[in-house]
Ligand binder design. Sequence first.
Ligand SMILES: C[S@@+](CC[C@H](N)C(=O)[O-])C[C@H]1O[C@@H](n2cnc3c(N)ncnc32)[C@H](O)[C@@H]1O
Length: 219
Amino acid sequence: MGRGLKYDIPGEDWRRSVDEIAGSGWVPLFEGDLEASAPIVVEIGFGRGEFLLELAAKHPDTGFVGVEVSFKRVLKLARRLARSGLRNVRLVEARGQVFVAQSCPRTSVDAFWINFSDPWPKDRHAGRRIFQPAFVADLARALRPGGVVHVATDDVPYALEIAGRLEAEPGLANRFAPDRFRDEVPGRIRTAYEESWLAQGRPLHFFEYEWNEKAGQQR
Ligand SMILES: C[S@@+](CC[C@H](N)C(=O)[O-])C[C@H]1O[C@@H](n2cnc3c(N)ncnc32)[C@H](O)[C@@H]1O
């Protein structure tokens, strides 16, 4: 693993595990740092983590949980987070699908952000794409009334597949309807991938789906 990778955390280590969080909910996770009623925001696949840190710095009274499958990316962000002095962010090394299914209590999350998840363009890898029906159903189940799922992708076929998956989930309602997605969202914080795709002139696709009140009553 990574020549030159630094493993020490220069301050508080905010990494937590799926198992630590599962079953106990958000309050113990942020105890001592945030009010028990603090809103909770989850970013899945944070990559370099600049988006997560900027959002967390803008909203110091909100709890942020960053989930990433890459050990190296979690370690690097844990080091940066320790130096930042932010106390409202926790990091989890896990697959987003596992985290949402096992660690997110029903009706407890105010927002999910899933920015530029890997499109896995080959047909034989289609099962690896994160936007599968079970994952989308788990997102809907975990949203609080009024909560929102934010999604971005640069990949055109993947955008159409994501649109189909989100539209098929009765627990979610499209905030951009009648558009299936938008190509820009004013005021959005840009991620590292977003900057690079914009520089290349690639089309971007943004989705915002909210907790669907009608379906939510039946859940
Ligand atoms: C294309 S990058 C985008 C990174 C960042 N969101 C951005 O927009 O700059 C996708 C990221 O998702 C992570 N990832 C891939 N599959 C994942 C999964 N199942 N759960 C959590 N993270 C995942 C990858 O390690 C990578 O950091």
